[in-house]
Design a protein around this ligand. Structure first.
Ligand code: RIB
Ligand code: CA
Length: 313
């Protein structure tokens, strides 16, 4: 498999952390050009702290971690400490980061990176609200046609929402940004709740993380144990959905997933359905398809891949 150059745009978040670790553990398939942090699960200062903690946990202090937008394009920030804890990375007791935040704004790094690399060679992997990506597209519209692919975690259709009945958190926090991204014309692959809710960290799967026995394996088991308490109570499910690693797993093993190329529009007007991903799954409109919207996952294969890759660190 050829190595894919990527930028991970993220709001760690325990599930973001697992996604970053798997990406850093997969140099044959993935070259992480940089990590751009955005306000989401917790405020920007914490997402930028947490991303560096994760890079140091992986032993990858040379990864460039940038601070990005600290609030959505046009509304107040909504955070999710109720899910991820007050630090956003509750669970393991990990040391404060010593690696620096990279110089420059994340948005400028995204623009410069896309302009410096040949068109169609850089993939964007948003794992949080789409504020950084949308701001980059607004500031430099030329980058849209240079993006190889946007593979993002966000949205939901059959599964509805997780922050409101209609909306998934990443899209809900900045629906205007999501609208810009979904209309930018770049190829988009979406990992919505429809697929991530089938990627549940059951006890056996979490035991497999812990049985890796390394600091990474133990920390991941502690992270998922912490943030599953909310989802198990809310959904009565046998474990928490591991949302963001679906993005990275798709880059490594796309055949783990199945979906449809359909039209997806973002609700930005109605407060009742604000941030809803209106997915035309049944093709009942003549709106042009703009995203591959995933619905199925080989969950056992997914967790086997995560466990094998995490054991490399
Ligand atoms: O709705 C799940 C998404 O919101 C995940 O990316 C999680 O990290 C939070 O950002
Ligand atoms: Ca996230």
């Amino acid at each position: 498999m050829t190595q894919r150059k990527i930028i991970i745009d993220t709001d760690p978040g325990q599930d973001d952390a697992v996604a970053i670790l798997v990406a850093l553990a997969s140099p044959d398939e993935i070259d992480v050009l940089g990590i751009t942090c955005v306000a989401g699960n917790v405020p920007l200062d914490l997402t930028t702290r947490n991303a560096r903690i994760v890079c140091e946990l992986a032993g990858k202090r040379d990864v460039k971690v940038f601070a990005g937008c600290d609030r959505p394009l046009g509304r107040d920030l909504v955070t999710a400490e109720h899910v991820h804890g007050k630090t956003g990375l509750d669970g393991p007791d990990l040391p404060e980061p010593t690696m620096p935040v990279a110089d420059g704004q994340a948005v400028d790094f995204i623009i410069d990176c896309l302009r410096e690399h040949a068109p169609g060679t850089v993939t964007l992997c948003p794992l949080g609200p789409l504020t950084n990506i949308a701001t980059a597209l607004q500031k430099a519209p030329d980058i849209a046609k240079r993006i190889a692919k946007i593979v993002l975690m966000g949205g939901g259709y059959f599964e509805g929402g997780n922050i409101t009945p209609a909306a998934e958190f990443n899209i809900y926090v900045d629906p205007e940004a999501a609208d810009i991204v979904f209309k930018c014309g770049a190829p988009i692959v979406v990992m919505p709740l429809d697929v991530t809710h089938k990627a549940l960290v059951t006890k056996n799967r979490n035991d497999a993380f812990r049985d890796i026995g390394s600091p990474v394996g133990i920390a991941v088991a502690q992270m998922t144990e912490f943030f599953e308490r909310f989802d198990k109570e809310k959904y009565g499910s046998d474990g928490a959905p591991l949302h963001d690693p679906c993005v990275i797993a798709y880059l490594i093993q796309p055949d783990l997933f199945k979906g449809r190329h359909i039209n997806v529009e973002i609700e930005t007007d109605s407060e009742l359905t604000m941030g809803m991903t209106v997915a035309d799954w049944w093709g009942v409109t003549d709106r042009p398809p703009n995203a591959t919207f995933m619905k199925e996952i080989n969950a056992d294969g997914f967790f086997d891949l995560l466990t094998v890759r995490l054991a490399r660190l």
